[in-house]
Structure formats: structure tokens, C-alpha cells
Design a binder for this molecule. Structure first.
Ligand code: ATP
Length: 349
């Protein structure tokens, strides 16, 4: 279990990379830190690892305050984006390296390295050097090295980002299966929302050193707490439409909708609908957004349709073959919507 209390990091020069972070990561949990570049993900991971000293607050691992302990005394294993494996050592020596530092006898080191290598399908490669390995193989060596010392927690800093798209997907599935088998608490930094959704038990979405939302992937996807989270999550961006309330109705992009509870005229409102939850129709219906089809993008099994609506663009994802023709009028009806007031989730109308 990893517990962070009031964790703050201000770098010399005044950048507040971490701003009062409170978080408990459960034993065995796969936890993703997600957010745009510069939001503080790496700083947070490095602070847990002991590579960065916080300005304030505490880090506890399994109840023990490790805030002032050096990285080597924290019993965590970090895997970096560039793997940081040693070019002059073969695979066995690389995997066994942390065991050598811990003064594990040579015979046991070799046995443990071979065991972990077998698990990660590296047995054939034990005598090769990193230069003789593919990117995916190097990444598995870095993982094997982290696993070999049986750490309390794995800390991953974008470990898949140097792999090409296909290998990245394979490695993702592999990593998830491995983490389930080992049941080791894992903190995983990524700026890739799809990766976070696919891998994590829970995700923290960060912005400017703060955690904006900490929740399960389903909750983050279906009930993003703010418009920032809503716009960050999803492979096609959420429609975030300006909405205006009168005393009797909600007006959104040419449609008139029932007035949700707790909303009054003058509120700053945003109506959010994922493109996947828009149904397109060639005929008008109640509460439908009118528009004209201006762009069709092929997504393989689906088509991303862009509709030019009064004062805004609306996107819908429809099954391949069901897309309307370019230039024709269409109506988009939300099946699932979110209403934000002042950028914060207010209700799901
Ligand atoms: P990325 O996805 O680009 O790696 P990140 O979310 O991991 O970004 P951090 O690397 O944690 O972000 O950086 C958070 C903020 O702290 C940024 O504004 C960054 O410029 C700043 N920062 C990071 N390291 C230092 C440092 N050693 N000295 C000063 N400022 C730093």
C-alpha cells in the first residue's frame, strides 16, 4: 500500500509540480497517473521512488514513512521509458544486476534471472547484449530486471512509449496479465488515455500538479468530473457544446431540451456527449441537434461523422455502412449526456 499525504513539490525557480496530493493506492492495485505534458506525473512517480525529495508532505509504503529514505531502501522497482538497461551486459547480467547490488549469491542470481526470463519469453536471448535485441525485447528485459528483485511496488514511467503501435498493444496486454499474476502494486505514468483506461484499476487524471479526478476507468469515461477530464478521455473527443438555460428550457446547438434540475438562467453550462452516444437520423426528432454532414472519417468498423450544427460542430460515431452521405441534412440525438456547470459535472440529463 502506498499512501501520499499533502505531498508538494516546488522546484527551484518556483514551478509547483505537485500541489497538495492526497492519495492511497491499495495493495496489488494497478494505478495509472494520466495527464498532459508537464502536469507532474513523472515528478510524482520519482517522489514515490525517492529520486525526488518533496518540499512538503509524506510518502508511506506499507505504513512506513519513507519520505527521507534513499531509493535503494524503499523496495520499489522503477522501469523507465528508455529502459535504462546496461549496453555492456548480456541479458542475464542485466536481469540479475539489482540482485548483485543486494549481495544475493551468484548461483541464486542466475537461477532467479533464468526463472524470470522464462516467464517473459527471454530464455533464448539470455546471452545477447541489448544492441542485439528489438525494442520490445529490451523492454521485457527492463521488466524482468524489475521483477527479479520481488519489489513491493513497480513504478513505470511511460514504459511502452518507445514501442511502435502494434508492439505497444501487445506489450500492454502482456503487462496487464503479468501484473495480475504477480499482484504487485503498480503505479504507471502515461499521457495516453487509452493505455490508462485499458490497464488501470484506477486512474488519477492530473493537471498542474493536482489530481482532478481519481476513479475507475469506467467512472472516468462515463462520468468525467470536469470538462478538462471529459476533453482528455476518449479516443474521439467528447462533444462539449455550449448550453443556455431559460426559465423553461435548455438550449443546445439548435435543439431545445427539458430544463435539468438545479440549473438557472445565466449559469455557465456545457452539454457533453461522447460521439459514440450520438444516434444519427435523416428525420427530425424531439431533442435532436439539426445539422449538415460535412466530414466522414473511416475508423475501420465505424465511421466518425462531423455534422455542422448552428454555431458548432457535432461528431457522431456510427457503424460502418450506416453513415449518411456528405452534404445531406441529419439530426443527432444523444443517448447519454453530461451537463457541466462552471466546468464541473452537475448532472446526467
Ligand atoms: P511529461 O509527460 O512531459 O513527462 P509530466 O507530467 O511527467 O510531463 P513533470 O516532468 O513531472 O511532468 O514536470 C512537472 C513540472 O515540473 C513541469 O512544469 C516541469 O517543467 C517542472 N520540472 C520538472 N522537473 C524539474 C526540475 N528538475 N527543475 C525545475 N522544474 C522541473
Amino acid at each position: 500500500m502506498i499512501t501520499l499525504h499533502a505531498l508538494t513539490k516546488v522546484f527551484p525557480g518556483g514551478v509547483r509540480a505537485l500541489d497538495d496530493i492526497h492519495l492511497t493506492i491499495a495493495d496489488g492495485e494497478f494505478f495509472a497517473l494520466l495527464g498532459p505534458s508537464g502536469c507532474g506525473k513523472t515528478t510524482l512517480l520519482r517522489t514515490i521512488a525517492g529520486l525526488e525529495t518533496p518540499t512538503g508532505g509524506t510518502v508511506r509504503i506499507n505504513g512506513k514513512d519513507v519520505t527521507r529514505l534513499p531509493p535503494g531502501d524503499r523496495d520499489v522497482a522503477m522501469v523507465f521509458q528508455d529502459y535504462a538497461i546496461f549496453p555492456h551486459m548480456d541479458v542475464t547480467t542485466n536481469i540479475a544486476y539489482p540482485l548483485r547490488i543486494r549481495k544475493v549469491p551468484r548461483a541464486e542470481r542466475t537461477t532467479r534471472a533464468a526463472g524470470v526470463a522464462a516467464r517473459l519469453s527471454l530464455t533464448e536471448l539470455l546471452h545477447r547484449r541489448p544492441a542485439e535485441l528489438s525494442g520490445g525485447q529490451q523492454q521485457r528485459v527492463a521488466l524482468a530486471r524489475a521483477i527479479a528483485c520481488h519489489p513491493t511496488a513497480f513504478l513505470f514511467d511511460e514504459p511502452l512509449s518507445n514501442l511502435d503501435a502494434r508492439l505497444r498493444l501487445e506489450a500492454r496486454t502482456f503487462l496487464k496479465r503479468l501484473q495480475r499474476e504477480l499482484a504487485v502494486t503498480t503505479v504507471f505514468v502515461t499521457h495516453d488515455q487509452a493505455e490508462a483506461l485499458a490497464l488501470a484499476d484506477r486512474i488519477a487524471v492530473m493537471s498542474e500538479g493536482r489530481m482532478i479526478q481519481v476513479a475507475t476507468p469506467a467512472e472516468i469515461f462515463h462520468r468525467p468530473a470536469t470538462t478538462f477530464v471529459a476533453s482528455f478521455i476518449g479516443s474521439t473527443p467528447m462533444n462539449l457544446l455550449p448550453a443556455r438555460a431559460t426559465t423553461t428550457a435548455l438550449h443546445v446547438a439548435g435543439a431545445t431540451l427539458p430544463l435539468p434540475e438545479g440549473v438557472t438562467a445565466g449559469d455557465h453550462l456545457t452539454y457533453g456527449v461522447r460521439p459514440e452516444y450520438m444516434t444519427l437520423s435523416a428525420t427530425e426528432g424531439p431533442g435532436a441537434f439539426p445539422g449538415v454532414i460535412t466530414v466522414l472519417e473511416n475508423l475501420g468498423t465505424h465511421t466518425l461523422v462531423t455534422l455542422e450544427a448552428p454555431g458548432t460542430l457535432i461528431q457522431a460515431v456510427v457503424p460502418e455502412g450506416e453513415e449518411p452521405s456528405l452534404g445531406t441534412p441529419a439530426w443527432a440525438t444523444p443517448r447519454r449526456a453530461l451537463l457541466y456547470r462552471d466546468g464541473t459535472l452537475h448532472t446526467t440529463p
